[in-house]
Ligand binder design. Structure first.
Ligand SMILES: NC(=O)c1ccc[n+]([C@@H]2O[C@H](COP(=O)([O-])OP(=O)(O)OC[C@H]3O[C@@H](n4cnc5c(N)ncnc54)[C@H](OP(=O)(O)O)[C@@H]3O)[C@@H](O)[C@H]2O)c1
Length: 259
């Protein structure tokens, strides 16, 4: 694994970003990187108000700008109200990263329709509502929307039929949205992470972590910052001609032959 170097970030100062699921592991890393690049950030949470407040305070301590906002993204009207926070607070919205999601495990035989619906509702319908609400606010000046999908959107994993289906839907949603919103100057992409480290993961799932590290060409788990850096790139003018793309951030796992 190449060592991490502080290689600088595109300059996003003067822009406004909004990260859904910023109270969670990946979303918090994305919000921190957008702020480090100079964007003012709306730190979204659902139930994790304390985690969101701590992140906003940490961003402010480092000289950045951040406010928190809550929404249940399975409710489209709350999604629209969330986007309005950016305009009310900072007067504009340039980049949205949708990192809210759920990842329960359930074997397909015996999976209840309620379990299926919960995952599709949160991950796919939530992404749909986020895209629609964000694009409504961005129409007129353009912007960037990045949906966090997963490598499981293109490769299946045991106990994750509902999750894999929701992430495949997210990837195709982004490509469809790229087609329909391109004329308004709105770029829509996905970032598909592989296994991202979080506190307690190695203790909770030692076999999974070991088998990932053995198989991935770069030999380690990813960090939320790796996902954040991909999102900063896609939000930046450096990606001005990139839309409808799925950027895989997985340490090379998708390049491993299946035979
Ligand atoms: N972790 C990985 O290895 C990995 C790999 C590939 C893809 N992903 C994807 O990356 C995204 C983030 O994953 P993570 O590991 O960071 O998960 P996480 O730590 O569990 O965070 C999930 C976030 O989603 C929010 N959320 C859940 N249900 C919501 C709802 N109904 N309305 C609004 N917000 C809701 C949570 O809000 P509160 O906590 O405030 O309630 C939290 O901020 C997910 O889409 C996941 O599928 C993760």
């Amino acid at each position: 694994m190449p060592p991490r170097q502080d290689c600088g970030l595109p300059d996003l100062s003067g822009t406004v970003g909004l990260v859904t699921g910023a109270s969670g592991g990946i979303g918090s890393g994305v919000a921190a990187r957008l702020a480090a690049a100079g964007a003012a950030v709306i730190v979204h949470h659902h139930r994790g108000a304390d985690r969101a407040a701590a992140l906003a305070a940490a961003i402010a301590d480092r000289g950045g700008q951040a406010v928190t906002a809550t929404a249940d993204l399975t409710r489209p009207e709350e999604c629209a109200a969330l986007m309005a926070v950016a305009v009310e607070r900072y007067g504009r919205l340039d980049a949205v990263v949708a990192a809210a999601g759920v990842q329960p495990v359930a074997a397909l035989p015996g999976m209840s329709v309620e379990a299926w619906r919960e995952v599709l509702d949160t991950n796919a319908t939530g992404a749909f509502a986020t895209v629609q609400a964000a694009a409504t606010v961005m129409t007129g000046h353009g912007g960037s929307i990045t949906l966090i999908a997963s490598v499981e959107g293109t490769r299946p994993a045991g106990g994750h039929a509902h999750y894999c289906a929701s992430k495949a839907a997210t990837i195709m949603l982004a490509r469809s949205a790229a087609l329909e919103y391109g004329g308004a100057g709105i770029r829509v992409n996905t970032v598909s992470p592989g296994l991202i480290d979080r506190p307690g993961l190695t203790q909770d799932w030692p076999d999974g972590v070991q088998s990932w590290e053995r198989a991935a060409p770069l030999g380690t788990l990813g960090e939320s910052r790796d996902v954040g850096d991909a999102c900063v790139f896609l939000a930046s003018p450096m990606a001005r001609w990139i839309t409808g793309h799925d950027l895989v951030v997985d340490g090379g796992m998708s390049a491993v032959p299946a035979w």
